[in-house]
Design a protein around this ligand. Structure first.
Ligand code: PLP
Length: 419
């Protein structure tokens, strides 16, 4: 067959070798601040130096009272759940569609993750959450998927009505906001990852945010024993007597990672503004394209654009399978178009289907039963999501436009891909 599509022997839309996207931006300044930190101190036991500077900067940026640094986002989630006193047998409503670490720390506390389906935006559905509340529910967790704010005002109202804790997983969404209020400041606590590709990166790291003093003390107790607990938990607190050991776990961030993240944070708003422009450009170009649906945000919501999740609509392209469409895009040289793998509906993961197998000492887990097919919206959204990177620099605009053209080319010639 004679087709212009690269998959069928035509010329590729993009010839530039990959990778086409890298994150975080590493500048001369990044090198300098990390080298300075190396000379100053590589091990910090208390809240001093770069640890204090970054925690203060985070609390200020997010508009919350306390920020506590952690070694990872997973550790931050674990600490936040422990600090909100999630107990064995508690049910915690979590998104069916999220990265698994949103839910897995709950298993380590003996709590039961109760999955709730998303809506067509990919974010947890408020009606599905409401339907899952039982007398055993202790908390509701929301992830702001791909940096697009979840409906946390409605979830907060629901949580208040039922006396539940709302906990945010902001790992995709540093700096995203609803009506000017940053995600991470809506609930009782929030946890963020600063892993490699996250909008705010330390390479490895994470943090917990809270306005609640008791949650703050318990976060310290869970993850930062001795010096920090002794100096930051007041002697009037009933927890103070445990300060030397805390709970006996340690999840400190490395000071070099903290110094890198502090410099990144100083540029975050500039990076996000650049991303917002390029995301708008790509969405404006793609919104009329058959087979592609772009995210739509209320006008006063700002995303952090961890990725641009496009929803593929096979019915508009004669039922062409998403896998074949994706293959054609890759052949066109759109190397960064991704069908996310490890971020997938949690009911598809063996650990969530059968936690009792790895936690035999938790008899409660015998009643956890998940299997594929239970969350039709999450499973359809996931299957049809094609994620694009969102660049932030002016000089990347031509590449963003080339990706748009490559997508339009495959859509225009999709008939050639049949049979
Ligand atoms: C990355 C991520 C985590 C885990 O963070 P780590 O720093 O890798 O431990 C948790 N939740 C979500 C939504 C994430 O994207």
């Amino acid at each position: 067959m004679n087709s212009p599509l690269a998959l069928l022997g035509g010329d590729a839309a993009i010839r530039q070798p990959g990778p086409h996207f890298s994150w975080p931006p590493i500048t001369d300044r990044s090198q300098k601040v990390v080298a300075e930190q190396l000379a100053e101190s590589i091990s910090i036991y208390d809240r001093s130096g770069v640890i204090a500077e970054l925690e203060d900067a985070l609390a200020n940026y997010f508009g919350v009272k306390h920020a506590v640094l952690m070694s990872s986002g997973t550790a931050a989630l674990h600490a936040a759940y422990a600090a909100c006193v999630i107990e064995p047998g508690d049910e915690v409503i979590v998104p069916a569609y999220t990265f698994f670490a949103t839910a897995t720390p709950l298993l380590h506390l003996g709590a039961i993750p109760v999955l709730a389906d998303c809506d067509e935006t990919g974010n947890i559905s408020v009606t599905e959450v409401a339907a899952k509340i039982t007398p055993n529910t202790a908390a509701i967790v929301a992830t702001h998927m791909w940096g697009i704010p979840a409906n946390v005002p409605a979830l907060r109202a629901l949580a208040q009505e039922h006396h539940l804790a709302l906990i945010e997983d902001g790992s995709h969404a540093h700096g995203a906001s609803l009506d000017g209020q940053k995600v991470g400041s809506f609930g009782k606590a929030a946890a963020f990852s600063m892993n490699g590709p996250k909008p705010l990166s330390a390479g490895e790291g994470g943090f917990v945010l809270t306005n609640d003093d008791e949650v703050f003390y318990r976060t310290l107790m869970f993850a930062h024993y001795n010096k920090r607990c002794r100096s930051e938990i007041p002697p009037t607190s009933a927890l103070h007597r445990f300060a030397v050991t805390g709970t006996g776990l340690k999840f400190r961030i490395h000071p070099l990672a903290a110094s890198f993240a502090l410099d990144q944070l100083a540029h975050l708003d500039e990076y996000l503004a650049g991303r917002a422009e390029i995301a708008k450009l790509m969405c404006d170009e793609l919104k009329e394209v058959a087979g592609i649906s772009v995210p739509q945000l209320p006008s006063k919501h700002q995303a952090a654009w961890y990725g641009l999740p496009l929803t593929y609509v096979p019915d508009e392209l004669g039922g062409l399978p998403v896998e074949r469409f994706h293959q054609a895009l890759l052949a066109e040289g759109l190397k960064e178009v991704d069908q996310p793998g490890s971020t997938r509906p949690l009911n598809q993961l063996p650990l969530i289907q059968d936690p009792a197998a790895l936690f035999p000492f938790q008899p409660e887990f015998e009643r956890v039963q998940y299997w594929p097919g239970q969350f039709p919206v999450a499973e359809t959204v996931h299957h049809h999501t094609l994620k694009l990177p969102v660049w932030h620099r002016e000089e990347d605009v031509p590449l963003a436009r080339a990706y748009v053209s490559g997508i339009k080319k495959v859509v225009e010639h999709h008939h050639d891909l049949k049979g």
